[in-house]
Design a protein around this ligand. Structure first.
Ligand SMILES: NC(=O)c1ccc[n+]([C@@H]2O[C@H](COP(=O)([O-])OP(=O)(O)OC[C@H]3O[C@@H](n4cnc5c(N)ncnc54)[C@H](O)[C@@H]3O)[C@@H](O)[C@H]2O)c1
Ligand SMILES: [Zn+2]
Ligand SMILES: [Zn+2]
Length: 362
C-alpha cells in the first residue's frame, strides 16, 4: 500500500510503498477513506520529533476489512473512526473511566518479537500514535476504534477522532461547562472551533473567540461564537473584561505561546479555570502567581484529548452531527490527495482554512 513517510525532523512527507502486516490479536485492518491534517503531526515532524521513519496521521475514518482472532468490538464492513487515545482497559485509570490517562497505553501496541506493523523494503517504520493514518490502510488495536453509522460522511467523521474529541471534550468533559457560563476560546483552528461547538452543546451563555485572522473569526461565528476578537489589533484581555465584566468562567488555550497563555490567565474571573491544550513551542507554559490564583480560587489545567472516552464520545458527536446539532461540515475546508500533505499544512496558514482532509487515497 501507499503511505506518506516522514524520515526525520524537518524532512516533510513523502509517499512510498509500505508493507502492512496481517492482523494478530486485537488488531484491526482498516481501509482509510479520510485522514485529517492535525497540527500535532506537523509539530512532531518539525520540532517535537520521535521515532523515524514514521507514518504520521491520526484522524482517520474508514471501513474495517479484516480483524485479528481476539477482536470482539468491530467486524469487517463496519464504518469506524480511529483515535490516538491508546488505552489498555484494565489499569486503575481505565477502570475509573479515565481511559485518556491509561497507565499502560503500550498494551495496544505489538510486543517485542511480534514484528513491526509497518515496514518499507524490510526496514521497520514507526506508526504515529499507534495509527499511521497518512496511508491507504491502517492496522490498529480495536480499543482505538469506534463504530459510527454508515450514513456518516467520511471527511467529517475523520475529524471526530482528534480535533472534535479534543475541542468539544475540553469543554464538555475537562471543564464540565454549565449552562449560562462564560467561555473564551483562544485560537479558532481545526480544534478550537470544536470547543465553540462544545460550548453551544453545554448551553454556555457567552462564547468569546479570539484569533489573529479575521477569516478564522468568521468561521467561529458560523460555529456559534457570540463575540469575536481579533487580538492582532485589540487587547484581548481588555475585550474579554469588557464583555464579561467579572472575567471568564473558562478559558481554553489552543495556541500555547507564552504571551497568549499569560493573557488567558488574566481573562479569568473568580473561580475561573484556564485549560492548556495547544503548545506552539517546547517552552510553552505560563507563570502562575500563587497569591493571585488562591485569592481568586482559580485553576490551571492541562488537557489531553478532551478527557474523552472515545467509545462513548465518538458515536455521540456523530449523532449530534447527524441530528443537525453539531457543525462538522464547515471544518472541512479543503480535500486533498495523499501526496499533498505539505501544501495542505501550508494552506492552514491561510486565514480561510479550518481543516484539510485527505480523501483521495488512490
Ligand atoms: N492537548 C491535546 O490533546 C491536543 C490534541 C490535538 C491538538 N492539540 C494542539 O492544539 C493546537 C491547535 O491545533 P489545530 O489543529 O486547531 O491548529 P490550527 O493551526 O488549525 O489552529 C491554530 C489557530 O490559532 C490561531 N492563532 C495563532 N496564533 C494566535 C494568537 N497569538 N492568538 C490567537 N490565535 C492565534 C491561528 O490563526 C489558528 O486559527 C495545536 O498546538 C495542537 O498540537 C492538542
Ligand atoms: Zn490531533
Ligand atoms: Zn489502562
Amino acid at each position: 500500500m501507499k503511505a506518506s513517510i516522514t524520515k526525520g525532523l524537518g524532512q516533510g512527507f513523502v509517499v512510498e510503498e509500505v508493507e502492512l502486516a496481517a492482523p494478530i490479536g486485537h488488531e484491526v485492518r482498516v481501509q482509510v477513506k479520510a485522514s485529517g491534517l492535525c497540527h500535532s503531526d506537523l509539530s512532531i515532524a518539525t520540532f517535537i520529533g520521535g521515532d523515524f521513519p514514521v507514518v504520521l496521521g491520526h484522524e482517520v475514518a474508514g471501513v474495517v476489512t479484516e480483524v485479528g482472532p481476539l477482536v470482539t468490538q468491530v467486524k469487517a464492513g463496519d464504518h469506524v473512526v480511529g483515535s490516538l487515545i491508546q488505552f489498555c482497559g484494565a489499569c486503575v485509570n481505565c477502570l475509573s473511566g479515565r481511559t485518556y490517562i491509561c497507565l499502560h497505553p503500550e498494551a495496544t501496541l505489538r510486543a517485542p518479537g511480534e514484528g513491526p506493523r509497518l515496514s518499507c523494503q524490510g526496514v521497520p517504520v514507526a506508526q504515529g500514535m499507534g495509527m499511521g493514518g497518512f496511508a491507504q490502510e491502517v492496522l490498529v488495536h480495536e480499543n482505538q476504534l469506534a463504530v459510527v453509522p454508515d450514513e456518516m460522511p467520511w471527511a467529517p467523521a475523520a475529524l471526530i477522532g482528534c480535533g472534535v474529541l479534543t475541542g468539544a471534550g475540553a469543554v464538555l468533559n475537562s471543564a464540565n461547562v454549565q449552562h449560562g457560563e462564560t467561555v473564551v476560546v483562544i485560537g479558532a483552528g481545526g480544534v478550537g472551533l470544536n470547543a465553540v461547538s462544545g460550548a453551544r452543546l453545554a448551553g454556555a451563555g457567552t462564547i468569546i473567540v479570539t484569533d489573529i485572522e479575521d477569516g478564522k473569526l468568521e468561521h467561529a461565528k458560523a460555529f456559534g461564537a457570540t463575540h469575536v476578537v481579533n487580538s492582532r489589533g485589540t487587547d484581548p484581555v481588555a475585550a474579554v473584561r469588557d464583555i464579561t465584566c467579572a472575567g471568564a468562567d473558562h478559558v481554553f488555550d489552543f495556541v500555547g505561546a507564552r504571551p497568549v497563555t499569560a493573557q488567558g490567565l488574566q481573562m479569568l474571573g473568580k473561580g475561573g479555570g484556564l485549560y492548556l491544550i495547544g503548545a506552539a513551542a517546547m517552552d510553552a507554559g505560563v507563570d502562575v502567581s500563587t497569591f493571585a490564583v488562591l485569592s481568586g480560587s482559580q485553576k490551571v489545567q492541562g488537557v489531553y484529548m478532551g478527557s474523552s472516552n472515545l467509545k462513548r464520545d465518538v458515536p455521540y458527536y456523530a449523532s449530534m452531527y447527524l441530528q443537525g446539532r453539531m457543525n462538522l461540515d464547515d471544518l472541512v475546508s479543503k480535500e486533498i490527495g495523499l501526496a499533498d500533505i505539505e501544501t495542505g499544512y501550508e494552506s492552514l496558514k491561510d486565514g480561510t482554512t479550518a481543516r484539510v482532509v485527505i480523501t483521495d487515497l488512490s
